[in-house]
Design a protein around this ligand. Structure first.
Ligand SMILES: NC(=O)C1=CN([C@@H]2O[C@H](COP(=O)(O)OP(=O)(O)OC[C@H]3O[C@@H](n4cnc5c(N)ncnc54)[C@H](O)[C@@H]3O)[C@@H](O)[C@H]2O)C=CC1
Ligand SMILES: CC(C)CC(=O)C(=O)O
Ligand SMILES: [Mg+2]
Length: 352
C-alpha cells in the first residue's frame, strides 16, 4: 500500500479523555482545522476512552481499539484520569491501562517536551533569562513498566517494589535521538539521572551517553543529578538546551519546566515513534485537572501547542509556524482578566 500523503490530508484520531481534556481538545482541533485552511484536508475520529468511559462501560482499551487507532496518521489526546480518591479507579487503572498502554503499544520511546518562556509571559522565576530547552524523556521503560509487586498487603509487614527497567536497546535509541536534537539546536546536552544511588541504571545511561557523544564531537555534554537539576531549572534555566533523562525523572522535571515557563497550561508534548511504524501521539503535559474541570478555566494553549508538534512531526511546518505565531501574539497580550478556555481558543484563532 502506498503511504498516505499527509501533506495534503491528515487522518487524526482524537481522544479528549477526561476532565479538562474534554475542554481543551476541541479548541486544539478547531485551531488545527483553521490553521490548515484550504491547504490540507483533515478528518477527525473521536474516541471516548478515559475514566468516564470506563465507569460507564467497563471498557478501557481493547486490542480492536488499538488496531483502529494504529490506522490513523497521528493521535491527539487531552488527558485521562479521574478523581484519585475514587476506589473504582485505584491502581492507576486508566493511566496504566490506557495512556501507558498506548505509549508502549505504539513504541513512543521519545517523549518530547519543549519549554520556552514566550515574550510577554510572566514566569515565577526572578531571572528567567533565555529559557528555551527541550526535555527528551524516555517513554517506554523506567519504573513505568509495571515491574514490581507487593506482599503481605495491608499488614505492617507489607513490602512493595517498583523495579525500573532500563535496557541498552531502549536507552541507546533515546540517547541517539537526543543527540540528534542537540545537533539541530545549540549543541548542548545534559544527562539527568541519579547515578550516585541508582548505580546500575546510572552506569548504563552514562556509558551510552558517553559513547554517543563520541559520534557528536561538536555537542558539548554534561551531567546533573536530578535533585541538582531541579535547582538549576529554577536558578539558571538558560544553561539547558537538551535534557535527556528517564521516564520518571522526565515526568517530574517537565511539570517543573511548565511551571517556570509561565504555567502548566502552556506546556506541550509529543509521544513520538520516530521510526513511523506507529502513529505518534500529541498531548498537553498536564492531566485532567479535576479541581477546575467543567468550569472553562483550563488554559487550552498547551493542547494547541501540541498540535504544532503534531504538524512538525507530519512534515507540515507552515501551518505549525502559523499556530505558533498566533499563540506567541496572544501570549504577548495576555494582561487583564482571566479568560475562559473558549475565549483563549477564539483569541488564538483570530490571530492565525
Ligand atoms: N497525560 C495524562 O493523561 C495525564 C493524566 N494525569 C491524571 O490527571 C489527573 C489529575 O492529575 P494532577 O496530578 O492533579 O495533575 P494536573 O496536571 O491535572 O493538575 C495539576 C494542577 O495544574 C492545574 N492545571 C492543569 N492543567 C491546567 C490548564 N490547562 N490550565 C490551568 N490549570 C491547569 C490543575 O488545575 C491543578 O491545580 C490524575 O488522574 C492524573 O493521573 C496526570 C498527568 C498526565
Ligand atoms: C499519568 C502518567 C502516567 C503520565 C504523566 O504524568 C505524564 O506523562 O506526564
Ligand atoms: Mg506528568
Amino acid at each position: 500500500m502506498e503511504p498516505r500523503d499527509v501533506t495534503r490530508s491528515i487522518d487524526l484520531a482524537v481522544i479528549p479523555g477526561d476532565g479538562i481534556g474534554r475542554e481543551v481538545v476541541p479548541e486544539a482541533v478547531e485551531t488545527l482545522r483553521a490553521a490548515l485552511g484550504a491547504d490540507a484536508a483533515i478528518t477527525t475520529t473521536n474516541y471516548p476512552f478515559g475514566a468516564t468511559h470506563y465507569l460507564e462501560s467497563g471498557e478501557i482499551l481493547s486490542d480492536d481499539d488499538l488496531a483502529a487507532l494504529a490506522a490513523h496518521d497521528a493521535i491527539l489526546l487531552g488527558a485521562v484520569g479521574g478523581d484519585p480518591r475514587d476506589p473504582r479507579l485505584a491502581g492507576g487503572i486508566i493511566e496504566r491501562g490506557l495512556l501507558l498502554r498506548l505509549r508502549f503499544a505504539f513504541d513512543h520511546y521519545v517523549n518530547l517536551r519543549p519549554t520556552r518562556v514566550f515574550p510577554g509571559v510572566v514566569s515565577p522565576l526572578v531571572r528567567p533569562g533565555d529559557v528555551d530547552f527541550v526535555v527528551v524523556r524516555e517513554g517506554t521503560e523506567g519504573p513505568y513498566v509495571g515491574n514490581g509487586g507487593a506482599i503481605r498487603i495491608g499488614t505492617p509487614a507489607e513490602i512493595a517494589t517498583e523495579v525500573s527497567l532500563n535496557t541498552a536497546y531502549g536507552v541507546e535509541r533515546l540517547v541517539r535521538y537526543a543527540f540528534e536534537v542537540a545537533e539541530r539546536r545549540r549543541k548542548r546536552l545534559t544527562l539527568v539521572h541519579k547515578t550516585n544511588v541508582l548505580t546500575n541504571a546510572g552506569a548504563l545511561w552514562t556509558r551510552l551517553v558517553r559513547a554517543e557523544a563520541e559520534r557528536h564531537p561538536d555537542v558539548e555534554w554534561d551531567y546533573l543529578h536530578v535533585d541538582a537539576a531541579t535547582i538549576f531549572l529554577v536558578t539558571d534555566p538558560a544553561r539547558f538546551d537538551v535534557i535527556v533523562t528517564d521516564n520518571l525523572f522526565g515526568d517530574i522535571l517537565t511539570d517543573l519546566a511548565g511551571a517556570i515557563s509561565g504555567g502548566i497550561g502552556l506546556a506541550a508534548s509529543g509521544n513520538i515513534n520516530p521510526d513511523g511504524a506507529f502513529p505518534s501521539m500529541f498531548e498537553p503535559v498536564h492531566g485532567s485537572a479535576p479541581d477546575i474541570a467543567g468550569q472553562q478555566k483550563a488554559d487550552p494553549t498547551a493542547a494547541i501547542l501540541s498540535t504544532v508538534l503534531l504538524l512538525d512531526h507530519l512534515g507540515m511546518p507552515e501551518p505549525a509556524r502559523r499556530i505558533e505565531a498566533a499563540v506567541a501574539t496572544d501570549l504577548a497580550d495576555r494582561a487583564g482578566a482571566p479568560r475562559s478556555t473558549g475565549d483563549v481558543g477564539d483569541a488564538i484563532r483570530s490571530r492565525l
